[in-house]
Write a protein that binds this ligand. Structure first.
Ligand SMILES: Nc1nc2c(ncn2[C@@H]2O[C@H](COP(=O)(O)OP(=O)(O)O)[C@@H](O)[C@H]2O)c(=O)[nH]1
Ligand SMILES: Nc1ncnc2c1ncn2[C@@H]1O[C@H](COP(=O)(O)OP(=O)(O)O)[C@@H](O)[C@H]1O
Length: 185
């Protein structure tokens, strides 16, 4: 069965780091999504996201799309197929409305990881260390969507595998166990 590991959680929690680890260690490709937000330092067009403007975003054919903070984000069926053509297990980073859309359509094919940290104050510190623009950090931390995604929504609890990303060595070992169980399923 083709599987999709969906990774959600607040900004700075480590979603991209987890997805990159799965790619580097297990060749698990990420479904690249589209956004109208500006590219950050270190991001690459077509690898981090497909960076769009409002007009080009409108022309795309989406599996689902959302407004998050002041920007648009969306994932396409084509991008999912493209990733599944490379490997039967793929990853995808979406916020929690996106998780619901995927669970509704793909059901048991979804392995949903909700990433969390014990101390919320580390999130801002990680965003600063990542080199994000300070004004963008403030806007993000004050957005309704960021506040919402600080905790797991009750309707997603039954589908979620909660993974604490306090300590990267421990997170890697948890991920290794998850991949081993998915491969043997
Ligand atoms: N629903 C949905 N959410 C997305 C998509 N792409 C990214 N996101 C989410 O948009 C939010 C903001 O992403 P981003 O600006 O990269 O910020 P980050 O969380 O700090 O890395 C995150 O919660 C992502 O999971 C998408 O295609 N669909
Ligand atoms: N367990 C961890 N401990 C310390 N720093 C981490 C950990 N996991 C990720 N980071 C760092 O935190 C920052 C935010 O991680 P990132 O994966 O970009 O988060 P997200 O995609 O959820 O916004 C990055 O600079 C990353 O290197």
């Amino acid at each position: 069965m083709q599987r999709i590991i969906i990774i959600a959680g607040p900004s700075g929690v480590g979603k991209t780091t987890v997805s990159n680890y799965l790619n580097e260690k297990y060749n698990i490709p990420r479904v690249i999504t589209h956004t109208t937000r500006p590219m950050r330092k270190g991001e690459i067009q077509g690898k981090s996201y497909y960076f769009e403007d409002d007009d080009s975003f409108k022309k795309l054919h989406f599996f689902e799309h959302v407004k998050y903070g002041q920007y648009q984000y969306g994932s396409s069926k084509e991008a999912l197929k493209h990733a599944w053509d490379k490997n039967d297990i793929v990853s995808l980073i979406v916020e929690t409305d996106g998780v619901k859309s995927y669970l509704d359509v793909l059901g048991d094919q979804v392995y949903f990881i909700y990433l969390a940290v014990d101390d919320r104050d580390v999130l801002k510190k990680r965003l600063v260390k990542r080199g994000d623009d300070p004004a963008e950090i403030e806007k993000r931390l004050n957005s309704a969507e960021f506040k919402r995604d600080l905790s797991l929504r009750p309707e997603l609890e039954k589908n979620a595998h909660i993974l604490k990303n306090n300590n990267w060595q421990e997170t890697k070992s948890s991920l290794d166990k998850i991949i081993s169980s998915l491969r043997n399923a």
